[in-house]
Design a protein around this ligand. Structure first.
Ligand SMILES: [Zn+2]
Length: 396
């Protein structure tokens, strides 16, 4: 069937409209779909044919027999295609292949240096992705989308990094263009904190529409989900709380060039520096966590104080965007309740009572998996969107 015949038969959003109803995974009869959409059954049949032809939808085997012939039902086929999720850190790459509902099929963590530049690093990703596909018995043709998280600012609309401090050679690089040259599917790129917010929400808080994810590690940042949608702001900088001034930062220089930033007093390296001034032999955040776990009182107090500093900034965020859940993640969240207790102490005492009445401040539950889960969710949302499904249906 030609594109014009297909599009006139389906209407502009025909197949995708039905598909969006089936994305929840529940099997439905043609009569139910006709009732839900208000379309004639013959039209529903035609549009389902296109989705079945794509393999995205298939007959659902009914276990219960009512005596007569049961009405046949159709449902999403999660294994129809696979999605690649990639989480890059300064020194690692986490890759997963998931099905269409975000279930991880296979994953791998490898070490690399992000400072090797985009071409070498992305070539490693493509080679690893091919290896994972082969291990699953799938091919590049089964891939429907790629989601990538990078450890620096990214202009989401173009997928290009913008002055990323720890990624020499990446500034302005066309990441989606390069990857599409090898894996010819849509490629979505975002900063690591945004994809962690998506991943943590999908993993642990799927029903929470007003959600703030805070990453506390070498840097500090947040991802904002408001009204059920990730909010990137005009330039993709929304949630960059690490460079907001805090009272305790007075006179302390930050690597961004400003003075008194949250990151300069409450990040892993900043806490370690404070402990060194008290005579402790700590190189960075990981050693701070070790000290906290060993019960060192100075380390516990330093982490709790960092929590209070983060709470100062989060108090403003709470009054501004009124989240119902704040999840604290990143490597320093492994300090556990000490960091969270400091955050709670300030936020609950300083925010408007109505804003904190039903507010939970909790430790991230998805841990290290948050970013790579979020990267695959980013790709799934895009690959299964009405526009993307229409494009696939038109190409059948
Ligand atoms: Zn700064």
């Amino acid at each position: 069937m030609s594109d014009t015949t297909r599009s006139s038969a389906l209407g502009s959003t025909g197949a995708s409209e039905l598909f969006q109803l089936l994305r929840d995974g529940r099997p439905r009869t043609r009569a139910e779909l006709a009732a839900m959409t208000g379309l004639a059954r013959s039209t529903v049949g035609l549009r389902l044919d296109a989705l079945v032809e794509l393999g995205l939808v298939g007959p659902f085997a009914d276990a219960v027999s009512t005596g007569g012939r049961p009405p046949s039902r159709v449902a999403l086929v999660p294994s129809a295609r696979v999605v690649l999720g990639a989480d890059f850190g300064a020194g690692h790459l986490n890759l997963v292949l998931t099905d269409l509902v975000g279930e991880t099929l296979i994953g791998r963590r490898s070490l690399l240096d992000i400072a090797d530049g985009p071409e070498r690093v992305l070539a490693t990703m493509v080679a690893e992705a091919d290896a994972l596909l082969a291990e699953l018995g799938r091919t590049r043709r089964d891939l429907i989308g790629v989601g990538i998280g990078l450890p620096g600012p990214v202009q989401f609309s173009t997928g290009r990094p913008v002055n990323p401090p720890i990624m020499p050679g990446w500034d302005g690089f066309d990441v989606p263009g390069w990857v599409r040259g090898h894996l010819d599917v849509p490629v979505l790129v975002d900063n690591d904190v945004n994809i962690m917010a998506l991943g943590e929400r999908s993993f642990a808080w799927p029903g929470v529409d007003h959600f703030l994810f805070v990453k506390v590690a070498t840097g500090i940042g947040s991802g904002i989900i408001s009204g059920g949608r990730l909010q990137r702001g005009a330039q993709g900088i929304a949630g960059d709380i690490g460079h907001v001034q805090v009272p305790r930062g007075a006179g302390i220089a930050c690597h961004c060039g400003n003075v008194g930033c949250l990151e300069a007093v409450a990040s892993g390296p900043a806490i370690a520096a404070a402990l060194r001034r008290e005579g402790h032999d700590v190189a960075g955040g990981a050693e701070v966590i070790d000290l906290v776990r060993a019960g060192d009182i100075d380390a516990i107090q330093a982490v709790r104080q960092a929590g209070r500093d983060i709470g100062e900034v989060l108090t403003a965020c709470v009054n501004m965007i009124n989240p119902s859940t704040i999840a604290i993640g990143g490597s320093m969240a492994q300090a556990g309740e000490h960091l969270i207790a400091g955050v709670r102490e300030v936020v609950y005492s300083r925010s408007m009572p109505l804003a904190t009445e039903h507010l939970s401040i909790v430790q991230s539950r998805s841990g290290e998996k948050a970013a790579v889960i979020g990267a695959s969710m980013l790709a799934i949302h895009h690959a299964l969107s009405p526009a993307a499904i229409d494009e696939l249906a038109a190409a059948v």
